[in-house]
Design a binder for this molecule. Structure first.
Ligand SMILES: CC(C)(COP(=O)(O)OP(=O)(O)OC[C@H]1O[C@@H](n2cnc3c(N)ncnc32)[C@H](O)[C@@H]1OP(=O)(O)O)[C@@H](O)C(=O)NCCC(=O)NCCS
Length: 165
């Protein structure tokens, strides 16, 4: 798909983004299992909606309310970590992942965060490309960090520059 087509699709996607609440968690966990070979257990999400140091948002389709995706980030001092980002397989390529990532970056800026880190599988071409378009750069590698299948993680960092605040 060319970038023009992607941009058009992105403009047409009409999801609603909002903070996650506890009622979202069963669907979030189900989508997590669809998206990853090594999914977070449901318990990993349980306390996140109530944690003020966490940004946890869901994207839902306005027509039927179905869950399109979610993003999780947490903050320590002036650093953020993008911990999870996923879009339902049938709804990828419509700009939803980028919208969730942008929402997280906007939140990070509002909190005075200066750097955002994340880990990504080396083979995850689509995610790496998405992060590249949002200014993330490779700063390290964790060998055999992932299981199922075993794979290195690349550590990416995005510096949030003062002029963007
Ligand atoms: C990575 C993921 C969140 C992207 O979500 P998405 O909604 O499909 O992404 P978008 O439609 O917003 O695409 C944004 C950009 O990502 C990149 N991208 C997305 N899909 C791509 C693909 N199949 N190939 C190459 N680049 C791709 C492009 O740069 C795209 O920009 P463009 O549309 O201007 O070309 C989604 O593929 C996913 O949930 N994957 C499984 C979970 C995962 O790997 N999460 C990341 C863990 S670090």
């Amino acid at each position: 798909m060319g970038s023009d087509t992607r941009s058009t699709a992105a403009a047409l996607s009409d999801v609603v983004l909002r903070r996650a609440i506890r009622a979202d968690l069963p669907e979030v966990s189900a989508l997590e299992r669809q998206c990853y070979g090594d999914p977070w257990p449901a318990s990993a999400f349980a306390s996140l909606p109530d944690n003020t140091r966490v940004f946890f948002s869901v994207a839902r389709q306005p027509a039927d309310g179905s869950l399109a995706g979610y993003v999780v980030a947490w903050y320590v001092m002036d650093e953020g970590e993008l911990a999870n980002l996923a879009v339902a397989p049938s709804q990828r390529g419509q700009g939803i992942g980028r919208s969730l990532l942008d929402a997280m970056l906007t939140d990070a800026l509002a909190r005075g965060t200066t750097q955002v880190y994340l880990e990504v599988r080396e083979s995850n071409v689509s995610a790496r490309q998405l992060y590249r378009t949002r200014g993330f750069e490779e700063v390290g590698r964790r060998q055999a960090y992932y299981r199922t299948p075993i794979e290195d993680a690349l550590i990416l960092r995005r510096t949030l520059k003062p002029e963007l605040r």
